[in-house]
Write a protein that binds this ligand. Structure first.
Ligand code: G6P
Length: 369
């Protein structure tokens, strides 16, 4: 039986709006703020000994892959453990380097993606400890891993993944904190501080979601575009990648995501008065550098839609259009900047009249290699 759309026109819009609950469910019961501790058992770690882990590998596809790439920044920040994020479909084509001290994570909403399943089986065969981070209970991927951690985002029907992404990033942040705790890389006070940050995410997402009608209005300027560039730095690079992926998937408009600093090494050649660039530049440690990349686009006549921090008059003044997300810490920023990009791809697709919940040529879960 199909789930109810709960008054929304599409599952995708409903699921975008369910992100606050999705993240709340992912973190529920797993964080003990008072003692600054991650509850490993509730998180789903029972067989794997996190104290022994010297390296992390994340295997995933599509939006899940970007969730892994983004979370890498935070896991490395908390633990100083090297994290490698592999496209599941490619990870078996290199000589295996995993060991018994490698934690291989299969990150998959459905838990059924064949590429991810094959990749995690390969890691396990080569001796790695394997953890499934999945949304659907009873999945094939979880069945093939040592441990399973559910994200509890609730059923996701729209082919393009939205709420699962925020839940996956939250889950990987918890995993990073759990590793830091077990390996004594962070004090319980520091872990408590991060827990305080994590619990703020749902209400900040709620605030960010009020941008929907403004973005619906903006979408008029984009639905006729032939090509749109997305740029960001640090974790926002992967928000840019995700924004470009979603636009392609839903509205069939060509889009490219790029690391802002890489612009000058190639894609800047694409810029002229007909090209829009979506520039993601919240007030973070890389802000000044991203601003100079935006100036470079502007100097070449390119049009700019900036996604930044609410009230950033400086960014607003150098952009043609501006979307502000609530001010927050760098840990939370990517959760918030993803929201306008998902909404943009949604509203552009609605204006174009494409099939939002079931884009052509795509499947919710891909079970062929
Ligand atoms: C398909 C879906 C994507 C999803 C990807 C990975 O391509 O269309 O939305 O991100 O599979 O799916 P998974 O279930 O493994 O996260």
């Amino acid at each position: 039986a199909m789930l109810d759309k709960n008054g929304y026109d599409h599952y995708m819009l409903k699921e975008i709006h369910e992100q606050p609950q999705a993240v709340a469910q992912t973190i529920k019961g797993r964080l003990d703020r008072d003692i600054g501790k991650i509850n490993l058992e509730n998180y789903g770690i029972s067989k794997i000994n996190l104290k022994e882990i010297e390296r992390i590998q994340i295997v995933a596809c599509g939006t899940s892959y970007y969730a892994g790439c983004l979370a890498r920044y935070f896991i490395e920040q908390f633990t100083r453990i090297p994290v490698e994020v592999d496209l599941a479909s490619e990870s078996r084509y290199r000589t295996p380097t995993v060991t018994a001290k490698t934690l291989s994570v299969a990150l998959s909403q459905s838990g059924e993606t064949i590429d991810t399943l094959q990749a995690i089986k390969f890691a396990k065969e080569n001796g790695a400890k394997t953890l499934a981070i999945v949304n659907m209970p009873g999945s094939t991927i979880a069945h093939n891993c040592h441990d399973e951690s559910l994200i509890y985002a609730g059923p996701e029907v729209g082919v393009a993944s939205t709420k699962a992404l925020s839940a996956q990033i939250s889950s990987l942040i918890i995993l990073g904190l759990a590793l830091a705790q077990e390996q004594k890389k962070l004090s319980s006070e520091k872990i408590a501080e991060y827990i305080d940050e994590l619990v703020k995410i749902p209400s900040l997402l709620e605030k960010t979601l009020t941008l929907s009608s403004y973005i619906e209005h903006l979408s008029k300027k984009f639905y006729n575009a032939l090509s749109i560039l997305f740029i960001g730095r640090g974790p926002q690079w992967y928000v840019a990648m995700e924004g470009a992926l979603k636009l392609k998937e839903l509205s069939y408009i060509h889009a490219e995501g790029y690391a802002a600093g890489e612009l000058k090494h190639g894609p800047i050649a694409l810029i002229d008065e007909n090209i829009w660039s979506v520039c993601i530049a919240p007030k973070d440690s890389y802000y000044e550098k991203t601003i100079s990349n935006i100036e470079e686009i502007r100097a070449r006549g390119g049009k700019i839609l900036a996604v930044g921090t609410e009230g950033d008059e400086n960014l607003k003044s150098i952009s043609d259009e501006f979307i502000g997300v609530p001010e927050c810490s760098e840990l939370i920023q990517p959760f918030l900047t993803t929201v306008p990009l998902h909404l943009l791809s949604y509203w552009v697709a609605v204006k174009k009249g494409t099939d939002v919940d079931q884009p052509r040529n795509l499947a919710k879960s891909v079970t062929v290699e």
